[in-house]
Structures are given as structure tokens and as C-alpha cells.
Design a binder for this molecule. Structure first.
Ligand code: NDP
Length: 331
């Protein structure tokens, strides 16, 4: 049995040496009410970076020398729990361990017949819910409006853009490579996409690709890209602050544009979003996402990294954009 613990709190971009592998040859045995789980897929997510710091946030920080936890899909190997039997698949917030014991709390039974197991960590998991609920609840999108999405080729962004298209909006994305730009246009139906790494003047590029201005901006990245978007917002624009990955590794907070004049001038709304605030809407959102998926209206892509031992590297690679769609480790 292997475990990955947080060895040190990362300074700047996380390094492999911030993590440590621990090996244990003891066989795990379960008591009444428990089940033994074998990890199949691990979700690595940008928000975990925040939990690796000890700054106060909406979820408590990871403790040093303890296992990292994230979304995991696991198979029940043995059960003394009434609700689970050997062979069942579950998803839940679990430790970065190849095997672990659980009392079943917080686990959802999932079926590989309904969707591939890895999808429960992405499009019909936390990231799909984030895309759907962030866009609906704060974005309140209306047909024919313009939606701009940053981090568009990632897990959340690629779903946001597609939902925008399903709802009849004009959708423009921002992503980091030409390959991602092509993918978003040809596979996911985005109307236009900007490669921020090859664009000198982002404010101008956003103006050019959003000629009617921006009604909804779904922001996954923060920083200068998001500052540039403010120059094109329309009256009553809605700005969903879902994430700020460009800032997560900064040791000093970057100085940006003063956003207030843009918001005042346009009577615009900018609101931070945490998916767990909307837990009561998960069942409804999940039904909609699964429906679109089975109708073929919603597609998804994943970057699957093979091998439990590559989990820390897969996490680190999120910050250099190595993933298209959801980054997942196959244990
Ligand atoms: P992604 O799949 O989008 O992976 C991260 C992507 O971010 C990379 O592929 C990279 O793509 C892009 N990126 C990395 N560094 C930068 C940078 N400096 N500037 C611009 N883009 C960068 O991750 P998720 O979809 O899981 O998450 C997207 C965002 O949503 C994150 O900020 C995350 O924290 C947030 N989130 C928030 C939730 C909430 O409840 N509020 C829940 C889930 C996610 P590229 O090649 O385009 O640069």
C-alpha cells in the first residue's frame, strides 16, 4: 500500500520534493461497518494548491506529513458495510493512497454502465457541476448573449463553453496553445478562441473576438487576462470568479487594474463562486449534465496520466497547461 503525503508547503510553483511517498506492507483489515477501497482514478485540481498553503480559506489546509485528499474513484475490495458490496465502484473525497479503509461516509456509488468511471471526476463530477452552476446561478446566461471563458480548454472551461452553446450564446474562449484553440473550435463548437500566449494585446484581441461586448465572463484564471476582459464588458455584465490559477503560485499578490470603475460604469456584477455553496442543486444539475452527455450535446476530453506514482507531477503540470480537459491519474 502506498500513500502520498504533503512533505512541505510549496513556495511558488509546487515541486516534487514537496511530496513524499510512503510504503506500507501491512495488509489492511476491516471491521464491521467498514469497507476496503482500491483506488482507480485520482482527480488532481488547481484548488488543491490553496490547501497546500496554511492561509485561511474556505476549506482547511492539508496538514504536513499527512496524506493529500482529493476526488477519487475507487473499487470496493471487501465490505462489512450494509450499503456497499465487493466490486462496487464509489467516488468521494479520499486520500492519495492505493488502498484505504472507509466507513462509507461521503461516498457515492457510481456505475461504469452509465458513464466511464473517470467521468465521475470531471464532466459529471465536481468540475461539471462547477461549470453548470457557476454559469447558471451567477452568469444567468440568455440566448444570443456573448460568453467569454478563460481557462477554456480545461475541465471546467470546456464544459462552460459547451453549455453556453447549448443555451444559444456566442462563445469565445481563451487558452494557452494553438492545439487547444483548434480543439475548442472544432470539437467543442466555440465560435472563437484566443491563444493568450501568442497574443500581445489581450484587451484588443478580446474586443475583436467579442464585437458585441461581453455579457457573461466566466473567469478561471484571474490576473492580466481577466483585467483585459474588463475593457469589453457590457452594461449589466455578469462576471463569475470561479478560479484564479494565474495567481495561485504567486508569492506576492500581483497588482492589477482597479476593477471598480469598470463595474460602476457598466452596472456589472462580479461574484466569487464556490461550487459547494450550491450543494442543494447538485442532483438537478447532475440530471441535466448526464442528459446532455447521453444526448451527445455535451462532450468531454481528459488527460489521463498512468500510474499512482505520477500523481504529484500530474498536479504540478496543471500550472503549465499540460492538460486538455480534465487532468486525471489512473492508479
Ligand atoms: P483546468 O483543467 O482548467 O487546468 C488548469 C489550466 O489552467 C491549465 O490547463 C492551463 O491551461 C491553465 N493555466 C495554468 N496556468 C495559467 C496561467 N498562469 N494563466 C492562464 N491560464 C493558466 O483546471 P480546472 O478546470 O479544474 O479548474 C479551472 C479553474 O476553476 C481553476 O482556477 C480552479 O481553481 C477553479 N475551480 C473552482 C471551483 C470552485 O468551486 N470555485 C471548482 C473547480 C475549479 P492553458 O494551457 O490554457 O494555460
Amino acid at each position: 500500500n502506498q500513500t502520498i503525503i504533503l512533505k512541505s508547503r510549496p513556495e511558488g510553483t509546487p515541486k516534487l520534493s514537496d511530496f513524499e511517498f510512503q510504503k506500507d506492507d501491512n495488509t489492511l483489515s476491516i471491521s464491521d461497518g467498514e469497507l476496503l477501497l482500491e483506488t482507480k482514478y485520482i482527480s488532481v485540481d488547481p484548488y488543491l494548491r490553496g490547501r497546500m498553503s496554511d492561509a485561511k480559506s474556505y476549506v482547511p489546509p492539508f496538514n504536513l506529513n499527512e496524506p493529500i485528499t482529493s476526488g477519487v474513484v475507487a473499487q470496493v475490495k471487501a465490505s462489512k458495510h450494509n450499503n456497499f458490496k465487493e466490486g462496487d465502484y464509489v467516488s468521494g473525497m479520499l486520500a492519495w493512497k492505493t488502498q484505504q479503509i472507509s466507513n462509507g461516509e461521503g461516498l457515492n456509488k457510481i456505475s461504469p454502465d452509465r458513464a466511464p468511471l473517470s467521468a465521475y471526476l470531471g464532466v459529471i463530477g465536481m468540475t461539471g457541476l462547477t461549470a453548470f452552476l457557476g454559469l447558471q446561478e451567477i452568469g444567468k446566461p440568455k440566448s444570443r448573449e456573448t460568453l467569454l471563458v478563460s481557462g477554456a480548454a480545461g475541465a471546467v472551461g470546456s464544459v462552460v463553453g459547451q453549455i453556453g452553446k447549448i443555451l444559444g450564446l456566442r462563445v469565445v474562449g481563451i487558452a494557452g496553445t494553438d492545439e487547444k484553440v483548434d480543439m475548442l473550435k472544432s470539437d467543442f463548437g466555440f465560435d472563437d478562441v484566443i491563444n493568450y500566449n501568442t497574443t500581445q494585446d489581450m484587451a484588443q484581441a478580446i474586443k475583436d473576438t467579442c464585437p458585441d461586448g461581453i455579457d457573461v465572463y466566466f473567469d478561471n484564471v484571474g490576473g492580466p487576462i481577466s483585467d483585459a476582459a474588463l475593457f469589453s464588458i457590457n452594461r449589466f455584465a455578469r462576471i463569475i470568479i470561479c478560479g484564479a490559477i494565474s495567481v495561485y503560485n504567486k508569492t506576492e499578490l500581483p497588482k492589477g487594474l482597479s476593477v471598480q470603475p469598470f463595474l460602476v460604469k457598466n452596472s456589472a456584477l462580479m461574484q466569487g463562486f464556490i461550487v459547494s455553496n450550491y450543494a442543494e442543486k447538485f442532483p438537478e444539475a447532475m440530471t441535466q449534465l448526464s442528459g446532455w452527455l447521453s444526448e451527445g450535446k455535451l462532450k468531454y476530453t481528459e488527460t489521463i496520466v498512468e500510474g499512482f506514482e505520477n500523481t504529484p507531477q500530474a498536479f504540478i503540470d496543471l500550472f503549465s497547461g499540460k492538460n486538455k480537459g480534465k487532468m486525471i491519474v489512473k492508479a
